[in-house]
Ligand binder design. Structure first.
Ligand code: SAM
Length: 300
């Protein structure tokens, strides 16, 4: 069989488009997923595009790509679990079903070194709560080359993946994977930046999720009746773990409205994103201190 890279991408993107799939794991359309699966199957690098589109593929690569697309359709697996890779903030990460597929808009903030909310030269210690693959923590370590970064998660399975990525990015000297229920086992030292993409899906929303999300670990998504179980604990405890100039950055996605209603006196600053996504707030250490009583009262 003689097929070019481009012809196979077109064939497979049509097949994906005709299937009843949901795109919400870093790629939002069948064309991008088909491209990723063809490139993966053929061992091509994405920076070879578009020059490689006219190249002829061998039968093995064609068969492999078609099989991956069939699994994507039959099993409704996110493409990243089929390839065991995903890019975040410009870096490649190993992923499997022990961790969520990286997709947080926090990548944009990391790219900007959290300016204007932080002075990059002041960032010496960073904590990522609910680190999963370690994508946010590792991207922070790469954005702040002088910083020590702790990557915390309550799931030992997730932390095994975190550790793989720490080692792949050669960051073992500056990063520590910590098994911690929110702040329970993190360092006693104060951080300049605490960042988190915690679980924030309510019970009712869990029942409505597309099948692809149910392939991800439930611990990474489900967060109580209103989706705020973990966020409330972060808000109540963050102040004592932050430097006076420190910053808390948390993604809560569609739980933004619920959170704002639950804490009507707290001045959450909700951020805008150029490349999509939302539901991310920042609070300074000073704001956490000023609203300490309201934040403490939020934990039932
Ligand atoms: C939404 S996932 C985010 C993963 C990763 N930070 C990312 O952006 O792709 C949330 C993560 O929080 C972890 N988690 C859930 N409950 C936690 C808790 N009480 N303490 C620490 N981590 C928790 C889950 O295991 C999961 O890895």
């Amino acid at each position: 069989m003689v097929l070019t890279v481009k012809a196979l991408m077109v064939e497979l993107s049509r097949q994906l488009a005709q299937a009843d799939l949901f795109y919400g794991h870093g790629m939002d359309n069948p064309e991008d997923e088909a491209a990723e699966l063809v490139f993966f199957a053929a061992g091509l690098q994405h920076d070879q595009a578009p020059g490689c589109y006219a190249e002829l593929l061998d039968d093995v690569s064609i068969g492999r790509a078609r099989a991956l697309v069939q699994r994507r359709i039959d099993e409704r697996l996110p493409a990243a679990y089929l390839t065991q890779r995903m890019w975040f903030a410009g870096h490649e990460f190993y992923v499997d079903e022990r961790v969520l597929v990286p997709r947080s808009p926090i990548a944009e903030l990391i790219h900007a070194q959290f300016q204007p909310w932080l002075q990059p030269e002041c960032v010496r210690r960073v904590l990522d709560i609910g680190t999963g693959s370690g994508c946010i923590a590792i991207a922070c370590a790469l954005a702040f080359p002088e910083a020590q970064v702790d990557a915390a998660d309550v799931s030992p399975d997730a932390l095994a993946v975190t550790q793989i990525n720490i080692e792949r990015h050669q960051l073992t000297a500056r990063m520590h994977a910590v098994c911690s229920d929110v702040f329970s086992a993190v360092s006693a030292d104060r951080y300049d930046l605490i960042v988190s993409n915690p679980p924030y899906v309510s019970h009712a929303e869990m029942d409505e999720l597309p099948v692809e999300y149910l392939r991800e670990p439930e611990l990474g998504l489900r967060a109580g009746p209103d989706g705020l179980d973990v966020v409330r604990r972060i808000l109540a405890e963050a102040e004592v773990h932050l430097q006076p100039h420190g910053l808390l950055v948390v993604e809560v996605g569609d739980s933004e409205v619920t959170l704002a209603e639950a804490y009507p006196t707290v001045p959450f600053i909700w951020l805008d994103f150029e490349y999509g996504g939302g539901g991310v707030f920042v609070l300074t250490a000073a704001q956490l201190k000023e609203h300490r009583a309201a934040l403490a009262a939020g934990v039932a």
